[in-house]
Design a protein around this ligand. Sequence first.
Ligand SMILES: Cc1ncc(COP(=O)(O)O)c(C=O)c1O
Length: 410
Amino acid sequence: MAPRGSSPFDVDRIRWHFPALREGAAHFDGPGGSQVPDTVASAVVETLTSAISNRGAVTPAERRADRVVLEARAAMGDLLGVDRGGIVFGRSATELTFHLARTLSKDWGPGDEVVVSRLDHDANIRPWLLAAEAVGATVRWADFDPATGELPVDVVEAVVGERTRLVAVTAASNLIGTRPDLPAIADVAHAAGALFWVDGVHATAHVLTDVPASGADFWVCSPYKFLGPHHGVLAAAPALLETLHPDKLLPSSDAVPERFELGTLPYELLAGTTAAVDFLADLALTDPSRSRRERLATSFAALEEHEDSLLATLEPRLRAIPGLTAYSNAKRRTPTLLVTVEGRDPQELRAALAERGVNAPAGNFYAWECSHHLGLGATGGLRMGLAPYTSAEDVDRLATGLEEICGAGG
Ligand SMILES: Cc1ncc(COP(=O)(O)O)c(C=O)c1O
């Protein structure tokens, strides 16, 4: 039996559900992929060990496959605040972005423009660059300020024009955590008649997503960043998806959203994703009679409070380490810290932390342009991210470890 928590967000109760944590490491590698609760693993196993076939209505096996897909669309609809009929599943956020970039650019041509930002993961840059190149369209870059980590709206506005067809910006940087002002950027894009594509992969794990309120026309995310299995999700209004015609096999369904889904869906992973959304909805013990979306809202508010309070302990201790530079400086950001320490290779710091049972990876994390714009090249820095299962003991182990490694403190 899981311990019953007394506070709305009981980290001990939450941690009890993560078998991986019993191996003993303190995990700050969540931005690369979170650990997974037992309920998610069980849902995957149950789906793989139950009779299942392709989606259909005749046999129980067909009906199970159908139910799994519809339940996962409903769960993701609740998590993102969107119509479940506009939820598309794919292999990964990267694959979905390439797929839709190919689709959207079918009616772009020379003189058309696409706007990308240097704050972004390469998954929200390269697909647009390659799609633009293939049709002779022009790429315009929006640069963030490396000192503050901010991507000001007027910087985006300056590169949006009447030929802009699409603006692609992250909801949060996976390297430094910055959360740009999406509704304001959406207004700029829409005023120019452009579509607004948002990479929600990093943000969706930390704050309650409301796609319509963000102004995004498209939102991609990846359940493996928010306690679920490894696949990708795209959300868009069904009416918008109806206007698009992706490459697809002739006999496969031409309905929305199915026509965007290439090949047979990974049913077991979709069942895991539904379980992950249910787990997120119950992070803070809320009234089970409330809707899942309402419970998600309460749980994410409690999660933000939990992560903020841990960050308030961790950040000052790290910033006090002599020679340490912190790059996560934006006003609004996720609890993800990127640092370097003068004269120390980030990989060496990461290895020394690993010896102390602290998992905090180093690199550029495919935020290639961002890392270069920060002056960190391909090397990047040491990245530490908080997750729902992060405890005060984890934070202390990380901070003490880095203080010792860097010869700081008493
Ligand atoms: C912000 C961001 N965007 C995109 C991706 C790529 O996601 P996927 O692995 O689902 O392609 C990542 C993965 O780290 C990410 O952090």
